[in-house]
Design a protein around this ligand. Structure first.
Ligand code: AMP
Length: 615
């Protein structure tokens, strides 16, 4: 399959440049790339050696922003102006987060529970998308500085449980930061790619990805076949992580030293020392330190006893994930460890014991997701010829729907093998056949795209329009062969054909088709709008005509006459191909017919109820 990279913003064809992988985390974010010389993924490192950028944005009184460690330093002094954990708000409405709104030290506004949340900072309102874009902008800036190159394209990771709205929000944040987001990939998928799991031909594996960070925990069960990563189940707790271990230890010392909870400074000191102790205990047997004037100490055994309930909760989540995936432990081939808190020995030990498998934990658990994103980026850049994921569909694949529109089932640049399906229905009563025309290309009207095949589904039993459910499935196998099948689900009538989409298309032709779609983008949007308006208008006319034929006697002369006039006027608008006029007149026809349609339907309902007793 071809590999054409095109900058959608400028329309320029790009043959080679660095695409970065970005882990946009709740607590920390980072950027990774694949080194050109060695082909190894590496996290980008500042001169101070740090790779992680805290996902924190600070706004000063004058509207200036800072991101990362500088912002983190303001967390205590100006909590209402320092935004952390914005990832928890992405794509969410206030009603989704209100139970935790108190946990944010800044102002999450609540005036409208339905729409997406906003954050108020110094009298200005920001969406989580904007706030995340500040973090992404900073990452982009740092990457450009370190790489001494322009960074305009990225692969960004999201948790496997993110829904469409959350993914879209992440994509939008990228765009706002001036990044062309080539792919949004799941964090567990990225983690396994970092270890090279799942990228080889004919590989069939089931793995668990255990991700314990600072404030969140999730476990995903993935099934990987021929380069397709399928999430079988996810489970976890979005409010469980290393921070809870710190709190547990801080509370322990607080009780030991008899400290009152009211003193903010000493509480903060307790937490900081607790985190320091926790990290130290990942490598040593005993920690000794001071809180103010007083000595404190903790051994690994004592610490393990404190955090055991937390670790047990993660193991229960693993059990639940397995159950949801319908699998037993022995079906898991590998366990990948992600997140800073997986460095805790008790965590390692418990997970290993539970799954009974060696763990993939050699890579830095803070970096593994970004590294995997970089691997995916490298594949998209066409540099990694070994990996199966290199293969993508160069052009979108779809079918013709009402009015000659292209309905895309597999978008261009989708990795192959791939499968997609969608349901369609009939337009006419008693329609027994359906023609499914398959097209390839980026234009909105099928006539501007390339026809690949046609499939006729016949023998659909007589049903009213809209009732049959025809499921059309596209399957592109590893060799780029497209198999299209159509099944009427109520009757089971089915048809299948095979097509070779790539056949006969040179890279130049693919390029031309892509460029065409850019040149005509504006015109296409207009055409699509007109076609959609016309289709709706035509349906309105059909329904109205049917209605009049059935219920003529229930309508007054005037109603019938006005309806006919309005139908004529709408047909004129359709003939004139004037989208706004078509929409206006459809609406008018609807207004005219609605009162009597409601009246007639109510009457029919009453008739139907007559003689029936309601007990
Ligand atoms: P993440 O959200 O993946 O960046 O994970 C951050 C969490 O990992 C924080 O709770 C850190 O305290 C914790 N962490 C980092 N290093 C260590 C370590 N050496 N031992 C135990 N926990 C660690």
């Amino acid at each position: 399959m071809g590999k054409v990279a095109i900058n959608l913003a400028t329309g320029s064809i790009q043959t080679e440049d660095i695409i970065v992988g970005i882990d946009l985390g709740t607590t920390n974010s980072l950027v990774a790339i694949v080194r050109k010389d060695s082909g190894e993924p590496i996290a980008l490192r500042e001169t101070d050696g740090l790779t992680l950028v805290p996902s924190i944005v600070h706004f000063d009184e004058y509207g200036n922003t800072s991101v990362g460690n500088t912002a983190k330093e303001r967390l205590l002094k100006q909590p209402e102006r320092t935004i952390y954990s914005v990832k928890r708000l992405m794509g969410k409405a206030y009603k989704d987060v209100k139970d935790h709104a108190g946990a944010f030290a800044y102002n999450v506004i609540d005036d409208d529970t339905e729409s997406l949340v906003k954050v108020e900072i110094g009298g200005r309102f920001y969406t989580p998308i904007e706030l995340s874009s500040y973090i992404l902008k900073e990452l982009k800036k740092r990457a450009e500085h370190l790489l001494k190159a322009n960074v305009s394209r990225a692969v960004i990771t999201v948790p496997a449980y993110f829904n469409d709205a959350q993914r879209q929000a992440t994509r939008d944040a990228g765009r706002l930061a001036g990044l062309d987001v080539l792919r949004i990939i799941n964090e567990p998928t990225a983690a396994s790619l970092a270890y090279g799991i799942g990228a080889k031909h004919h590989e069939d594996r089931t793995i668990a990805v255990y991700d314990l960070g600072g404030g969140t925990f999730d476990v995903s069960i993935l099934h990987i076949t021929n380069g397709i990563f399928e999430v079988l189940a996810t489970n976890g707790d979005t409010y469980l992580g290393g921070d809870d271990m710190d709190s547990a230890l801080a509370k322990h010392w607080q009780a030991q030293l008899g400290i009152e909870a009211g003193d903010k400074t000493i509480m903060q000191l307790l937490r900081i020392t607790a985190e320091e102790a926790k990290k130290y205990l990942s490598k040593h047997e005993k920690f000794e330190g001071t809180i103010g004037e007083k000595n404190v100490s903790i051994t690994v055994e004592e610490f393990n006893a404190l955090i055991k309930p937390l670790v047990d909760r993660t193991i229960t989540a693993c059990e639940n994930a397995l159950r949801d995936a319908g699998l037993t432990k022995d079906k898991i081939d590998a366990v990948v460890m992600v997140g800073g808190s997986t460095r805790v020995p008790l965590v390692q030990h418990s997970v290993k014991e539970f799954f009974g498998k060696e763990l993939y934990n050699e890579l830095n658990p803070d970096e593994v997701v970004a590294l995997g994103a970089a691997v995916q980026a490298d594949i998209l850049a066409g540099n990694n010829k070994e990996m199966l994921l290199l293969d993508v569909t160069p052009l979108s694949l779809g079918i013709e729907t009402m009015g000659g529109l292209m309905d895309v089932l597999i978008p261009r640049n989708s990795k192959i093998p791939n499968r997609a399906g969608r349901q369609y229905t009939t337009q006419k009563d008693g329609q027994s056949g359906m023609r499914i025309s398959v097209f390839q290309g980026e234009r909105d009207l099928v006539k501007d795209n390339r026809k690949l095949a046609e499939l006729n589904l016949t023998g659909i039993p007589g049903m009213p329009a809209g009732l049959p459910k025809v499921e059309v499935t596209f399957l592109v196998d590893a060799d780029g062969i497209l198999k299209v099948s159509a099944t009427e689900l109520r009757s089971g009538v089915a048809q299948t054909i095979e097509v070779k989409p790539q056949y006969g298309l040179t890279d130049e032709e693919v390029e031309r088709m892509l460029l065409d779609s850019l040149t005509h983008a504006k015109e296409d949007i207009g055409t699509r709008a007109l076609v959609e308006a016309t289709t709706e208008a035509q349906q309105m006319i059909d329904t109205t005509e049917k209605f009049i034929a059935n219920y003529r006697e229930s309508l007054t002369e005037e109603e019938a006459a006005t309806t006919v006039t309005h139908m004529e006027r709408l047909k004129e608008a359709i003939a004139a191909a004037d989208k706004d006029l078509v929409q206006k007149r459809t609406e008018e026809l609807n207004e005219v017919s609605r009162p009597y349609a409601e009246r007639v339907m109510e009457g029919a309902l009453k008739d139907a109820m007559k003689g029936k007793k309601i007990v």
